[in-house]
Design a protein around this ligand. Structure first.
Ligand SMILES: Nc1ncnc2c1ncn2[C@@H]1O[C@H](COP(=O)(O)OP(=O)(O)OP(=O)(O)O)[C@@H](O)[C@H]1O
Length: 261
């Protein structure tokens, strides 16, 4: 396969903090339209790897290619402009804003309208229309005018995804999108992720194996900063090495009927 067959690809990617190799020799590829999970025990280096991909951290070895271009040395804002977006484990929303205005702000930022977006309101119809459409994509349209602080937590996490989508990314990196979300809401959240436009590649970190096996089409397993293995949910569920890593936590049961959302 050529470079351009992948949305994102790393080769021998690694970072050390002093003598500690947090991530090492990672060859990861994300295909166009991917719904790929990055799993691994606590401290495996998952967030560090995402930070390398987004440019928050500089690698000490290896390279990162996006759509065939070497982005290893590009700063994070340039990567974002090229179509790489992310969300964080923690809630990053403004509690007093409404979902509609939050998304309008994010679209305005993409369009370089900056802090002046609110002035020529008439000229901003297109921005508001796009914001409504985006909220509709994540089934948040009926909550467009409810202050963020009053939204269920699962809806807030969906709004964070909406804000990331406002940048019109080709690749979306989600760091534990369901963190802190009650179990009855997390399925709905992942259904929305699964239903995102097909041209967006998604890589998500998730600890809940039920969600991983239900919604990921591929799974990469990171252990001690290295990719232990990578494959389909059936392959990963049947891999004794993966079972060993998760030994003691009985939740790595493979449910074939849950595989494809
Ligand atoms: N800036 C840093 N300096 C030194 N060590 C770091 C730094 N950032 C992360 N680490 C270490 O790197 C390792 C990987 O951390 P990371 O947060 O990436 O793991 P993770 O797989 O995301 O864990 P979790 O599932 O608990 O979120 C940990 O041992 C962490 O302490």
């Amino acid at each position: 396969m050529t470079n351009t067959a992948h949305s994102l690809r790393t080769q021998g990617l690694g970072v050390r903090f002093g003598a500690f190799q947090a991530v090492g020799d990672v060859n990861l590829s994300l295909e166009p339209g991917a719904r790929q999970a990055l799993i691994g025990p606590n401290g495996a280096g998952k967030t560090t790897l995402i930070n390398l991909l987004t440019g928050v951290l500089k690698p000490t070895s290896g390279s990162i290619h996006m759509g065939g271009l070497d982005i290893t040395r590009l700063p994070g804002d340039k990567r974002a402009r090229m179509g790489l977006a992310r969300t964080f484990q923690i809630n990053t929303l403004f509690p007093s804003l409404t979902p509609l205005l939050s998304v309008v702000l994010a679209i305005s930022e993409r369009e370089g309208l900056g802090a002046t977006w609110w002035r020529p309101l008439k000229g901003c119809t297109a921005v508001f229309d796009e914001a409504h459409a985006l909220l509709g994509t994540l089934k948040l349209d009926s909550l467009a005018d409810v202050p963020v602080a009053e939204l269920a937590y699962g809806k807030q996490r969906l709004l964070e995804i909406a804000l990331a989508l406002a940048a019109k990314p080709r690749i979306l990196l989600l760091d534990e999108p369901a963190a802190g979300v009650p179990e009855d809401e997390s399925g709905e959240l992942f259904e929305a992720i699964a239903a995102l436009p097909r041209d967006i590649s998604v890589l998500f970190i998730e600890h809940d194996m039920k969600l991983v096996f239900r919604f990921a089409r591929r799974i990469s397993v990171l252990v001690g900063g290295r990719i232990l293995t990578e494959g389909t949910p059936s392959e990963i569920g049947a891999d004794p090495r993966v079972r060993e890593v998760y030994l003691g936590s009985s939740h790595l049961h493979h449910h074939p009927h849950d595989q494809h959302a």
